[in-house]
Design a protein around this ligand. Structure first.
Ligand code: FE
Length: 339
């Protein structure tokens, strides 16, 4: 081999060695419980803006968390996106996430919508509220989650199954506010008032109210939004509960969908950059609007369909309590006969 040829070979080798890590650095891998149709438009926008490709895998929270755990330090995932603070809390508890100290995230996301230990951050807000049948209930008849335990609602309430994390998180918040004894009395009251067995999902609960099987239910507003988009003439309306109490913690039960950087992220820098971008004004609208949710960033405008439901005061208890009290909530619901 001539001198110049061996020099070329060395240069080529150096180029390969230096180019490879750079190519790796400019990509971020996401495991997402939020489904493809909700996140792909967002990642496409991010790639257009930054040139950084986003690879992603979507699945339910159970399989994705099991996969992160099984892969351990070999995981390709840099960022984990999931729904419900209860699930985010669980991921942190199982050491699947790492803390991120970011001034951008702290400025964009209100403190009650992120992990006090900075391992996960809310990216959209979901409000779990009351929806009633307009032909059978006047808004003045409604007031709070707690009041749905009153005997006046006997045979008039529909609830989603206790197996889904949404009502577990709601009950966790009731425990936080009232203590276990009072929370259990409330949940027992709900069960006594049920018109029918708990329903498999929020949409089924709404349809039962619309059909007159029951008068009122508890759902995340985006399910109401989706159903009303398809069937605008259903006799359903939203009611914002717990708005008139003097208690600092009064307000509508809110939860988040959110994300955290994985414990074994290869690409922490890119993961944080994507997470910060997701909390920016532009991304907040893309992230929240596509599922008729609320942005976490307070000055971001709401989707017009969402804004039409009106403003409300939300409960300011840190959403991590939904996780911390989840086991107690599940046991309480079981004791109360809520299936
Ligand atoms: Fe949902």
């Amino acid at each position: 081999m001539s001198f110049s040829r061996s020099l070329l070979a060395i240069l080529a080798l150096i180029a390969t060695l230096t180019a490879a890590p750079l190519a790796l650095a400019a990509e971020v891998v996401v495991y997402s419980v939020r489904n493809e149709q909700l996140i792909k438009p967002l990642f496409d926008a991010y790639t257009r803006e930054t040139g950084v490709p986003v690879k992603f895998v979507t699945d339910k929270e159970g399989p994705l968390m099991a996969r992160l755990k099984a892969e351990g330090r070999n995981t390709p995932a840099d960022l984990f996106i999931t729904v419900d603070a209860g699930n985010l809390w669980q991921a942190a508890q199982e050491d699947l996430l790492r803390p991120v100290n970011s001034k951008v995230l702290q400025a964009n996301i209100p403190a009650h919508l992120r992990d006090p230990g900075n391992e996960w951050f809310g990216l959209s807000v979901r409000a779990r509220t009351l929806v009633y049948n307009k032909n059978k209930v006047k808004p003045a008849d409604l007031s709070s989650y707690e009041e749905l335990a009153n005997p006046k609602w006997k045979g008039r309430l529909c609830l989603r199954s206790a197996k889904k994390v949404y009502n577990q998180s709601l009950v966790a918040m009731l425990i936080h506010e009232h203590g276990e004894d009072k929370a259990e009395r409330i949940v027992r009251g709900w069960v006594t008032n049920l018109a029918t067995d708990p329903l498999p999902d929020d949409t089924k609960a709404l349809e039962a109210v619309a059909a007159g099987l029951c008068d009122v239910t508890l759902v995340n507003t985006y399910y109401y939004g989706r159903l009303m988009e398809k069937q605008p003439n259903l006799p359903l309306a939203i009611f914002w509960p717990n708005q008139n109490l003097k208690d600092r913690n009064a307000g509508v039960h809110v939860n988040v969908s959110g994300a955290g950087v994985t414990r074994h992220a290869k690409n922490e820098k890119e993961a944080v950059r994507l997470l910060e971008w997701l909390s920016s004004d532009k991304a907040q609208n893309l992230y929240a609007d596509v599922n008729l949710e609320y942005p976490v960033k307070s000055d971001v405008r709401w989707d017009p369909a969402v804004a039409a439901w009106g403003r409300f005061k939300s409960n300011l208890i840190n959403v991590s309590q939904a996780g911390a009290l989840q086991t107690k909530a599940v046991m309480l619901m079981d004791r109360a006969g809520y299936k």
